[in-house]
Design a protein around this ligand. Structure first.
Ligand code: MV4
Length: 510
């Protein structure tokens, strides 16, 4: 790529689908860059296909026959005259071999080097790099466990509770929480078999379990001139089955000191692997001590990048494209400010009343919220089909305000406006989360959803017992009009019944 003759790419291929493909197309449009979409047979009428300047069919719906076909995608890039490929997230976004093939064809991969991907793809190698860079890691091993006996010995040294984790893993797959020595054998065997099934690699290692930590990640950005800047933190502790549900920037426990320390650690990791582009360094943070520990680095743009964009005012996708072209970062560390607050909710085509089972089908009604402080990154339209073949996330709703309270007010308002018909969606679940007292108080940790579900169940028991008490009182009184005194007595009975109901529920009797 001879940048002397051109001031920017003329055409970029987006090797993705859904909301992130639409997001990248918008950034390219802002930069007057032509866009090439690729689509599977299931996405022929998808929004990203409609938005792009050109679109090419790449195969059958299953991802490994379409969006994971690196050779086919490279072929389309060359045929269409695209000079660069933006991978989005997921699919090929962290596939080092794909990056090597793209580069070998004199195309530009908009992201980090394959070596940086490989260094961070292995969780044990990532831990070693963090140690080398003087970044705190969770106490534990930096080699895979050879035998169960070795696991026993090291677990005793580290001290229970421990976490067993897959060396080739991430996102919780192959991870097991082990509270005591009695639980180690089965956890060790299950962790290895799940790691083998998920990653074709059964290596596992041990970490001391950080109990009820916060999951806080730092956005880093690096260019090809050795500049590394952090763009602050994102609180990502509200997760369901290791899938983030609500993310926000800044964290409710942010402080100048904590942000500076975590940001510096994240930059040390990025520098250690000569990182280029947008990256995210994940940490666990102890709520009590505020100590933080390196977890892993994601060498891609994250789903939740909008909350960082809304607070810092930086278009991360635009910056990815500039940096891939060879430009220097368009900002310095001192220019980054965090003076507002942003919250994002992911909207999934899943049924919260039926164990979040995916709910594919036609979207018969779509009203996305708008107005002051509201951003909807969507990949669908009214009449679009939600496919069974891909991740069921259909959009992300992000709001921002001058502070967290204003952001929550806006989120409540926006969620009231949000209408999705024809499929089940997780909006009712999110609406309950944003009304939860612990959420509003900012008391978040990785156990939040568990606690939230318990509070939700207790409330339902209370309501049921109260209703029963009032019905019983009305029946006992033959439905006659009641004095104020009698109504109060009914309320007192209802409270007693509710307490009895809660105790019974606690003993799983109802
Ligand atoms: C941990 C941890 C506590 N202690 N490691 C989850 C997936 C991957 N990002 C790493 N994760 C964790 N690693 C140690 N040593 C807590 C998490 C964690 C988590 C664990 C269980 C349930 C939900 C969780 C959400 C975020 C992080």
């Amino acid at each position: 790529m001879d940048s002397d003759k051109n001031f920017m790419f003329k055409k970029i291929l987006i090797a993705n689908r859904g909301e992130i493909a639409c997001r990248v197309i918008r950034a390219c449009r802002d930069m007057n860059i032509l866009t090439v979409a690729v689509y599977s047979a299931a996405d022929r009428d998808a929004l990203h296909v409609r938005m792009a300047d050109e679109a090419y069919f790449i195969g059958a719906p299953p991802s490994n026959e379409s969006y994971l076909r690196g050779e086919k995608i490279i072929e389309v890039a060359k045929k269409s005259g695209a000079e660069a490929i933006h991978p989005g997230y997921g699919f090929l976004s962290e596939n080092a071999d794909f990056v090597r093939k793209v580069t070998a064809e004199n195309l530009v991969f908009i992201g980090p080097s394959p070596d940086a991907m490989d260094a961070m793809g292995g969780k044990i190698s990532a831990r070693k790099i963090a140690i080398e860079a003087n970044v705190p890691i969770v106490p534990g091993t930096t080699e895979p466990l050879e035998t169960y006996e070795e696991a026993q010995r090291i677990a005793a040294q580290v001290g229970y509770p421990i976490m067993l984790k897959a060396a080739a893993g991430g996102g919780g797959k192959g991870m097991r929480f082990v509270p005591s020595a009695e639980d180690l054998k089965s956890a060790y065997e299950n962790s290895k078999s799940e790691a083998l099934a998920s990653f074709s690699n059964d290596e596992v290692y041990i970490e001391k379990a950080v109990v009820r930590p916060r999951h806080i990640e730092i956005q880093v950005f690096s260019d090809k001139h050795g500049n590394h800047v952090h763009l602050g933190e994102r609180e990502c502790s509200i997760q369901r089955r290791h899938q983030k549900v609500v993310e926000e920037c800044p964290s409710p426990i942010n402080s100048k000191e904590l942000r500076a320390a975590m940001g510096m650690s994240a930059i040390k990791v990025a520098r250690a692997v000569n990182y280029v582009g947008a990256g995210t360094v994940e940490f666990l943070v102890s709520d009590e001590t505020r100590e933080f520990y390196f977890l892993e680095m994601n060498t891609r743009l994250q789903v939740e990048h909008p909350v960082t964009e809304l607070v810092t005012g930086i278009d991360l996708v635009r910056e990815q494209i500039r940096v891939a072209f060879g430009e220097k970062l368009s900002f310095t560390q001192d220019e980054i400010k965090w003076e507002t607050h942003a919250i994002e909710c992911r909207v999934y085509a899943e049924d919260p009343e039926n164990n979040f089972l995916p709910s594919p089908g036609k979207i018969t009604r779509l009203r996305v919220p708008q107005g002051n402080g509201v951003r909807d990154d969507g990949g669908v339209y009214e009449g679009a089909e939600v496919s069974i073949y891909y991740d069921p996330m259909i959009s992300k709703l992000a709001v921002f305000g001058k502070n967290r309270a204003e952001a929550i007010d806006r989120l409540r308002r926006a969620l009231r406006e949000y209408e999705v018909g024809g499929i089940k969606r997780t909006l009712p679940f999110i609406r309950e989360i944003v009304e939860d007292e612990e959420f509003i108080a900012g008391n978040l940790d990785t156990g939040f959803i568990t606690g939230f579900n318990e509070r939700r169940k207790a409330k339902k028991v209370d309501e049921t017992m109260r209703d029963l008490a009032i019905i019983a009182a009305a029946l006992a009184n033959g439905g006659k009009q009641k004095t104020l005194n009698e109504v109060n007595k009914t309320e007192q009975n209802a409270s007693r019944w509710a307490m009895a109901g809660r105790m019974a529920a606690h003993q799983n009797r109802i």
